[in-house]
Design a protein around this ligand. Structure first.
Ligand SMILES: [Zn+2]
Length: 253
């Protein structure tokens, strides 16, 4: 366990985000996400994305989890000897109404889904488990960091899986989430900092605007956390922030 690294709480992340100079960087990030998403979406419409069969058995989910666990541990050079439990439920409900997974006390609850989606959702849940292993239980005050980290690690692994398998479906859902996360944050910050939205981005943004986006209301922890990590890597490309948090330097070596 490392006490060396100071983790940013939600307030610190909001402070980081509320900077006028972030706006052009967010626009750059959005431009890239829109281009990538639209490309995947056109493949999807032609039925060219293969999401695999729906995973309905707990054993299959366990097997897929172990594959994803080994992938993450190898990719980030982490050693962790314990595993979370995986509880697959067939339908939404029991706290899984909006989200596809919920991590709580060593257990990843997950809704049955097609294999490709289930795999990256398992990675999201596994990041929550790893954070708890490394830092202990973090309070709600660190939810932006936790959700942002889970989002960016699953995106990074989705890209890795796409490259390994040649199947772009691994990036589809994750890009959709990323795009709406960053867009929501952009709407909030342009309102807060009294800037106009870029009209060509607004035209190209592929989803219908939500009430929150229209009003420029403060977005949720997924959106702020994801925007924090994406802005950070855009501003400081030499610092691998996700890796820094997942694999903090050991204080006792
Ligand atoms: Zn999460």
């Amino acid at each position: 366990m490392s006490q060396m690294l100071t983790l940013p709480n939600n307030k610190a992340i909001d402070q980081f985000l509320k900077d006028r100079q972030n706006i052009p960087h967010l626009e750059h990030i959005l431009d890239d996400l829109i281009t990538r998403y639209r490309h995947l979406d056109s493949l999807n419409e032609k039925g060219r994305l293969k999401f695999g069969d729906r995973v309905t058995s707990g054993e299959r989910a366990d097997t897929l989890f172990r594959e994803m666990r080994d992938l993450v541990l190898n990719y980030y050079h982490i050693t962790v000897s314990t595993d979370p439990k995986i509880k697959l439920q067939q339908k939404r409900g029991n706290g899984l109404n909006i989200s596809e997974e919920d991590y709580c006390e060593g257990c990843i609850h997950i809704v049955a889904d097609r294999e490709v989606i289930l795999k990256t959702t398992l990675i999201h849940g596994y990041v929550h488990f790893l954070v708890e292993e490394i830092y202990g239980y973090l309070e709600e005050d660190f939810s932006c960091l936790e959700e942002g980290l889970a989002r960016v690690i699953s995106e990074e692994m989705g890209t890795y899986l796409k490259d390994q398998t040649g199947n772009p479906a691994y990036e589809y859902d994750l890009l959709e989430d990323a795009l709406s996360d960053i867009w929501e944050c952009y709407c909030w910050l342009t309102k807060l900092l009294k800037r106009n939205k870029d009209s060509s981005l607004s035209r190209r943004y592929p989803f219908e605007l939500t009430y929150k986006e229209k009003k420029g209301l403060k977005p949720d922890e997924y959106s702020r956390g994801n925007s924090y990590f994406k802005l950070h890597s855009h501003l400081y490309p030499s610092i691998n922030l996700p890796l820094k948090y997942l694999s903090p330097p050991s204080p006792t070596l």
